[in-house]
Design a protein around this ligand. Structure first.
Ligand SMILES: C[S@@+](CC[C@H](N)C(=O)[O-])C[C@H]1O[C@@H](n2cnc3c(N)ncnc32)[C@H](O)[C@@H]1O
Length: 467
């Protein structure tokens, strides 16, 4: 790997920040970035024998080299997410904060917001790490980035996740609603220089100033959303004090108290994560010469100021009405624990399954946000026929006894090319395409041919090599 052509002002900043460690840091930037994945605990199937674990995340593993992920049906099925290892430190932050709050167990759903969510790395981690009875709202402000977030959330397959597309200020009606707000802020991206050399070209001191100001605006809109005693986690992929230090200071000046994490310690701590102290605040920085990962920063705060107590304005969903009971009989066999769900029809006739335990919280989110999707997208009635949705096939709530066909790797990849497979011995009607037991999507066997119902935007475009 070639040494990066770093901007002089960045080099000077890092020399000052790292002192004698700077040459090791610069040398690490000239080495290939480690490749890591995080497993979906609800979609087992990845063989981790011989893989090195990511020390701070029990579902994280390093791969010896970078495969072509697109050509792995397990990746397409949502069995794992490709995530840079340092950012998995969020798992430990969650474990040490909301994860310890036993009071939430089954009592009152925990409400979490991932405000800057696309493409969904932190969101999928949160979905798997938060206590089981949680509502997780994953928001992305940039319209063109919402589809990739939606796709990654659908693949992950959790029924408690809402995907929304809003500006942070649109969340104002949900003031005081969230027990946890995650701000993985848009930043100068210094920590990604090795993985994404394009980020080097985008860096300038002016861009850092712009990012810091944008983060200030995001924090100002986020702070009121946290309930009293609730948590706010701030993270970036930069080393820049003008962003990280300033954001922490803003939080401690506006009703939040910094919460140090308890990381395995020696003088520099056994994981290699560096504690960075800014006045009374402490944050945690990953540097590529000290950890197997990129430059990630994380800091945890708890709200001490009082917060508005949100009240429900409506009793039912604004954007959906209950499904006719005659149709419920068709829908229930698709779900493992169907009695735990209620079924709702949207104005465009699409049907949602909503976890009954989370209904009250989801009604409040539905009332406050215009642009969002929640629950499991079940599908659509067309006359007497029911057309199941792709998201239902990927849902971890899908019943396990539905008719399906186990595909070979080659067949699975042709399924993902959206080709119509020839399956002479398969039963007629709707079938799940499966790979190593994991559902991939729907097919309909008409006898002389099998139609492929993979959404066309999900089709893989690369050529499939001969195996
Ligand atoms: C660091 S990325 C998020 C990465 C994501 N959390 C993950 O782990 O995959 C920051 C996100 O903030 C979004 N963003 C940009 N400007 C924003 C703003 N003014 N308010 C909120 N989000 C913004 C970007 O579109 C981007 O998706």
């Amino acid at each position: 790997m070639q040494a990066l052509n770093l901007p002089a002002a960045f080099e000077a900043q890092m020399q000052q920040q790292l002192g004698p460690d700077y040459p090791a840091f610069a040398a690490a930037l000239a080495t290939p970035p480690p490749v890591s994945i995080r497993l979906n605990p609800r979609k087992p199937g990845v063989d981790t024998a011989g893989l090195l674990p990511v020390p701070w995340c029990e579902t994280g593993f390093y791969l010896p080299e970078r495969p072509v992920f697109t050509l792995d049906p397990l990746f397409q099925a949502g069995a794992y997410y490709v995530q840079e290892a340092s950012s998995m430190l969020l798992a430990e932050a969650v474990r040490q904060t909301v994860g310890r709050q036993k009071a939430y167990d089954g009592q009152r759903p925990l409400k979490a917001l991932d405000l800057c969510a696309a493409p969904g790395g932190k969101s999928t981690l949160l979905a798997s790490t938060l206590p089981p009875y949680s509502v997780l709202v994953c928001n992305e402000v940039i319209r063109s980035r919402v589809p990739v977030l939606r796709e990654n959330i659908d693949k992950w397959g959790y029924a408690n996740v809402v995907v929304s597309h809003h500006d942070p200020e649109d969340f104002a009606p949900l003031a005081g609603f969230f027990d946890l707000v995650m701000i993985d802020a848009p930043c100068s991206g210094e920590g990604l220089f090795r993985k994404d050399p394009k980020a080097v070209g985008e860096w300038s001191p002016e861009h850092v100033t712009l990012c810091a100001a944008r983060q200030g605006r995001i924090l100002a809109h986020s702070a009121p959303l946290v309930t009293e005693d609730g948590w706010l986690i701030y993270s970036t992929c930069t080393y820049n004090d003008a962003e990280n230090g300033q954001a922490m200071q803003w939080l401690s000046d506006h009703g939040f108290k910094n919460h140090p994490l308890d990381l395995p310690a020696d003088s520099g701590n056994a994981w290699g994560v560096t504690e960075r102290v800014f006045g009374d605040n402490v944050g945690y920085q990953c540097y590529p010469h000290r950890v197997q990962g990129e430059g990630f920063f994380i800091s945890v705060f708890r709200k001490t100021a009082s917060a508005a107590v949100p009240v429900a304005k409506t009793r039912g969903f604004k954007s959906a009405r209950l499904v006719h009971h005659k149709q419920v009989g068709t829908l229930k066999p698709y779900l493992r624990n169907a009695d735990e769900f209620s079924f709702w029809q949207k104005p465009n006739d699409e049907i949602l399954a909503v976890p009954i335990a989370l209904e009250k919280e989801l009604v409040m989110v539905d009332g406050a946000l215009r642009s969002k999707g929640f629950g499991i997208e079940m599908g659509l009635f067309k006359g007497p026929d029911f057309l199941p949705n792709h998201a239902l096939a990927l849902s971890t709530e899908l019943a396990s006894n539905l008719p399906g066909v186990d595909l070979t790797r080659d067949e699975a990849l042709h399924y993902f090319k959206k080709e119509n497979l020839v399956l002479p011995n398969a039963p007629r009607g709707w079938l799940l395409a499966r790979y190593e037991g994991l559902p991939l999507g729907w097919m309909k066997n008409l006898g002389n041919r099998t139609n492929n119902y993979l959404p066309k935007d999900w089709r893989i475009r690369m050529e499939i090599p001969e195996f």
